[in-house]
Design a protein around this ligand. Structure first.
Ligand code: PEP
Ligand code: MG
Length: 758
C-alpha cells in the first residue's frame, strides 16, 4: 500500500499533467479524484459542489458508489461535508463517526470509513464546494497532505467559477455562477445594466503548481521587496489622493507588508510546491473567508487592507513594477465598475460614455465619489458587502441606484423587469425634456426659479440639458477634493471662467471653499478633531487662513471680470463673520482697481443659512447681505442634532416636520420683509413633494441636482401656488405636536393630481 503513496509533491506534479489534458471538465474532475485517492492511499476521494439552491451535490467520486454522482446531495451545514462548507476551514478527523456532525448517507456506503479530511473549495473567500478524502483505517492526515488538498481545491475552484462544470441530472448550476442579489445604500439615482469591470482587476492565477520551488521563493521575495518599496514611495510622495488611498490605509499596508507572519505564511505555502501567485491567492482566500466571518468593524477593515495588499502583490508578481493595470483606458461598452472603495478622481478617469454604473463596498451618499457619480449621472450603489467577491469580470450586473440594490448574473425575469423600468424612466425623461423650455411657473402664474447645484466641469452641460435658470450653488470645494494637490490660482480661475462661459449670462452663485467636517482635502494636514462637523471648517477656516480665502476670491474676481459675480459664504454663524469675509472681498476689489484690472460689472455677496444661530440674526444679516441661501442639509443636521452622514440618525427626523417647516417659513418671511432674494439649495428642494411644501411656505427659488429639475418642474407646473400656501401655512402653524406633516401634504398634492412620487 505504502509503495503507491507518491506524497503531496507527486500529487501536484500529476495534477499539472491532468490540467493540461484536452478533456471535458467533468472528465478532468473524475481523473482528479482518482489521482488524489491513489496518491493519498485513500479509499475515497469526492468533490461536492455548492449549488444555486444551497445544497451540496456530489460531482465526482472515487471509492463511493459512482451512481450517486449528481444524485447525492446534502444541505449546507448537514454532515461533515456541510460543516466544512459552513466553516470554510479544513476538518481532519481520525474517527469521523464519533463527530456530532456525522451524517449517514446509505446510498454512498459511507459508514465503513473512519478517517475524514475535508477542505473547502474557496474562491475569493466564497465557498464553492468541498473536497473530501476518507479512509477505512483510523488515520490523521498530515499538514502536508492538507496543503496539497487545498491546492487541488484551488484548481477545482477555478473550474467551478469558470462555468465549465454543470449538473446534467439536476440542471442546477454551481453556486459560483448563481444569480445574486444584495442591498446597500443608494448613492446616485438611475438604473444601470451592464457588465462587471473590476476597478482593481483580480489577477487570474493560471499556473498553480511550481516547477521549481526555489525559483518561486526567489520570485516571491523579489515581489515582496518591490511591494514594500512602492508603498514607501507612495507615502513619501504625499501623492495619495488620486486613487482614494488615504495615508492611514497606506500606513496599514506598510505595516502588513513588513509583517513577518504574513511573509511566513506565503513562504510556507510556496514550500508546499505551488507557485508564488498560487501562494498569494491561497493566503488571500483564507483572509477573505476570515473577513466574511469577522464582525468587529476594526478587524474587518484591517483584513480588507490585507486583501488589497495581496492584490498588489499579485500584480507585482505578474507584471513587476507596473503597478495597477489601466482599466479605465480600455473600458468595454456598458461597463459597471465594481470596487471596494474609490476616490472621486479615479471615477473621473473612466470614459463616461461607456460607464453605466458603480458599485462600492464602502461609500455613503455624502462621500465624494458619490457626488461625482451624481454629477456624471450614473447609477451608483454603496455599502454592498463583499461586492468584489460576489462578481467575476464580465458578469451581467444591474445597479439600481433608486432602491440601492444590485443584481448579479440576473435571471431573465429580473432583467426583463429592469428593462421595463429603464423604458419607463426614459419615457419620464422624455416628458421632462419636453418641459425644458416651458416657463417655470405654477398654474396661477407664480414664477419658481429652478437652479442647479454643481461643482465640476462635468456638470456644465447640465445647464443646457435641464433648462435650469442658472447655478444656485457652485460647490467650489469639489475641485479641491478631486485634485491630488492644492489647485493653483490659475486652475481655480480657469474653472470659474469655464463655469461662467457655460452659464452664458445665466446667474451663477459660487460658494467659497466649504472644507473641513466630512469634506477632507487629503493633501491638507489637519489636526484631528473630536467633532469635525462642529469644528474648524468652511468660513471659520477661511477667516483663520485668509491667504487661502484671498487666493480663491482673487480667482473668482478675475474670472468674473466684466460680468455679474455672485459669491456666498458657507457655515456663517454670526453676522460679524459675514462682515469679515465681505471686507476681504472689498480689499480684493480695491486691489483690482489699483492694478487697473477689469472688475466684475456687479458683485452680489450672500450667506448660507445653515447654522441655527443665524436664525436669530436674520434681520441684521439681511441688512448686509445681497441674498441668502438656505443649506437645508446642514441646517437640518444642526437643528435636530442629527449627523447627516450617520445612517442611523440621518433619517430619524423629517424635514417635513412642523419644526423645520416653521424655521424655513420664518426665513422666507424675513427675506421677503427685507426685500432680499432667498434660495434653498439643500437636498430637500430636489424632491417634488418637499418642493411643493417649500412653495407653500413661500420659496420661489430652489437649487438642486440636475436629475431633479425635471421631476420638480413636472409637479410645479400643475400646482397652484396660492392654493399651496393657503393649505400649508396654516397646517404648519397649527400642527399640534405632529412629528411630520408629510402625510397631510402628500394627500393634498395627490388629490390635486400633482406628480409628487419620488
Ligand atoms: C447644505 O448644507 O444644505 C448645502 C447645500 O451644502 P452642502 O451639502 O455642500 O454642505
Ligand atoms: Mg452645507
Amino acid at each position: 500500500m505504502r509503495g503507491a503513496y507518491g506524497g503531496p509533491r507527486v500529487l501536484l506534479r500529476r495534477l499539472r499533467e491532468v490540467m493540461a489534458d484536452p478533456v471535458t471538465a467533468q472528465e478532468r474532475l473524475d481523473r482528479i479524484v482518482v489521482l488524489i485517492a491513489a496518491n493519498m492511499v485513500a479509499e475515497v476521494c469526492s468533490v461536492y459542489v455548492l449549488r444555486v439552491d444551497g445544497d451540496l451535490e456530489l460531482y465526482a467520486t472515487e471509492g463511493l458508489n459512482r451512481e450517486a454522482v449528481h444524485r447525492t446531495t446534502m444541505h449546507k451545514g448537514e454532515g461533515l461535508v456541510g460543516l466544512v462548507a459552513d466553516e470554510a476551514e479544513p476538518v481532519n478527523l481520525s474517527d469521523a463517526q464519533a463527530h456530532p456532525a456525522f451524517s449517514y448517507k446509505p446510498e454512498t456506503g459511507e459508514e465503513i470509513f473512519h478517517s475524514f479530511l475535508g477542505v473547502p473549495i474557496l474562491r475569493a473567500g466564497n465557498t464553492l464546494g468541498v473536497l473530501v478524502v476518507q479512509n477505512k483505517s483510523h488515520r490523521t492526515y498530515s499538514d502536508e497532505e492538507i496543503e496539497a488538498l487545498q491546492t487541488t481545491a484551488m484548481v477545482i475552484a477555478e473550474m467551478v467559477a469558470s462555468g465549465e462544470l454543470g449538473s446534467p441530472e439536476t440542471g442546477l448550476e454551481p453556486v459560483g455562477r448563481r444569480p445574486a442579489h444584495a442591498t446597500g445604500a443608494a448613492l446616485s439615482e438611475g438604473i444601470g445594466l451592464g457588465h462587471v469591470v473590476l476597478h482593481e482587476p483580480r489577477v487570474v492565477v493560471k499556473t498553480f503548481i511550481a516547477e521549481n520551488t526555489e525559483a518561486e521563493l526567489k520570485r516571491l521575495d523579489a515581489a515582496l521587496a518591490n511591494l514594500r518599496a512602492s508603498i514607501d514611495v507612495l507615502l513619501d510622495d504625499g501623492e495619495v489622493a488620486r486613487a482614494g488611498e488615504h495615508r492611514d490605509v497606506l500606513e496599514a499596508f506598510r505595516m502588513f507588508a513588513n509583517d513577518r507572519g504574513w511573509g511566513r505564511r506565503l513562504h510556507e505555502a510556496v514550500q508546499t510546491g505551488i507557485t508564488a501567485e498560487a501562494a498569494v491567492e491561497r493566503v488571500q482566500s483564507d483572509t477573505r473567508a476570515r473577513m466574511q466571518r469577522q464582525t468587529d468593524p476594526y478587524l474587518r477593515e484591517r483584513l480588507h487592507d490585507l486583501d488589497d495588499l495581496a492584490n498588489r502583490l499579485l500584480r507585482e508578481l505578474t507584471s513587476p513594477g507596473k503597478g495597477m493595470a489601466p482599466v479605465a483606458a480600455e473600458l468595454p461598452e456598458n461597463a459597471i465598475v465594481v470596487a471596494r472603495s474609490m476616490g472621486p478622481a479615479a471615477l473621473l478617469d473612466y470614459d463616461r460614455t461607456k460607464l453605466r454604473g458603480l458599485v462600492l463596498e464602502e461609500g455613503s451618499a455624502s462621500s465624494h465619489v458619490a457626488i461625482v457619480a451624481r454629477a456624471l449621472n450614473i447609477a451608483a450603489v454603496g455599502q454592498i458587502e463583499n461586492a468584489t467577491g460576489l462578481v467575476e469580470p464580465g458578469d451581467a450586473l444591474i445597479v439600481d441606484g433608486v432602491s440601492g440594490e444590485i443584481h448579479v448574473r440576473p435571471t431573465g425575469d429580473v432583467e426583463r423587469a429592469y428593462v421595463d423600468k429603464v423604458r419607463f424612466r426614459a419615457r419620464k425623461q422624455e416628458q421632462y425634456r419636453a418641459l425644458r423650455n416651458a416657463p417655470s411657473a405654477t398654474r396661477d402664474g407664480a414664477q419658481v426659479k429652478l437652479l442647479l447645484n454643481a461643482g465640476l466641469l462635468v456638470d456644465l452641460p447640465h445647464i443646457k440639458e435641464t433648462g435650469a435658470a442658472g447655478i444656485g450653488l457652485f460647490r467650489t470645494e469639489l475641485q479641491f477634493m478631486v485634485a491630488s494637490s492644492m489647485p493653483k490660482t490659475a486652475a481655480q480661475q480657469a474653472l470659474y471662467r469655464a463655469v461662467l462661459d457655460a452659464a452664458d449670462e445665466k446667474p451663477v452663485t459660487f460658494r467659497t471653499l466649504d472644507v473641513g467636517g466630512d469634506k477632507i482635502l487629503p493633501y491638507m494636514q489637519a489636526e484631528p478633531e473630536e467633532n469635525p462637523a462642529l469644528g474648524w471648517r468652511a468660513i471659520r477656516l477661511g477667516l483663520d487662513r485668509p491667504a487661502l480665502m484671498r487666493t480663491q476670491l482673487r480667482a473668482l474676481l478675475n474670472a468674473g471680470g466684466g460680468r455679474d459675480l455672485r459669491v456666498m459664504f458657507p457655515m456663517v454663524a454670526c453676522v460679524s463673520e459675514f462682515e469679515a469675509a465681505s471686507d476681504i472681498v472689498q480689499r480684493e476689489i480695491a486691489r483690482l482697481i489699483k492694478h487697473d484690472h477689469p472688475q466684475p460689472s456687479s458683485i452680489a455677496l450672500g450667506a448660507m443659512v445653515e447654522v441655527p444661530s443665524l436664525l436669530f440674526q436674520l434681520d441684521e444679516l439681511l441688512k448686509r447681505a445681497d441674498f441668502i441661501s438656505v443649506g437645508s442639509n446642514d441646517l437640518m443636521q444642526f437643528l435636530f442634532a442629527s449627523d447627516r452622514g450617520n445612517a442611523r440618525v440621518s433619517g430619524r427626523f423629517d424635514p417635513m416636520s412642523p419644526a423645520f417647516l416653521r424655521v424655513l417659513s420664518h426665513i422666507a418671511d424675513r427675506a421677503k420683509a427685507a426685500g432680499k432674494p432667498v434660495t434653498l439649495c439643500g437636498e430637500i428642494g430636489a424632491r417634488p413633494l418637499e418642493a411643493m411644501a417649500l412653495i407653500g411656505v413661500g420659496y420661489r427659488s430652489l437649487s438642486m441636482s440636475p436629475a431633479s429639475i425635471g421631476p420638480v418642474k413636472a409637479a410645479l407646473v400643475e400646482a397652484d401656488a396660492a392654493e399651496l400656501e393657503a393649505f400649508v401655512k396654516p397646517l404648519v402653524a397649527n400642527a399640534d405636536g405632529a412629528a411630520s406633516l408629510r402625510g397631510a401634504i402628500e394627500e393634498f398634492a395627490v388629490k390635486r393630481g400633482l406628480q409628487v412620487a419620488p
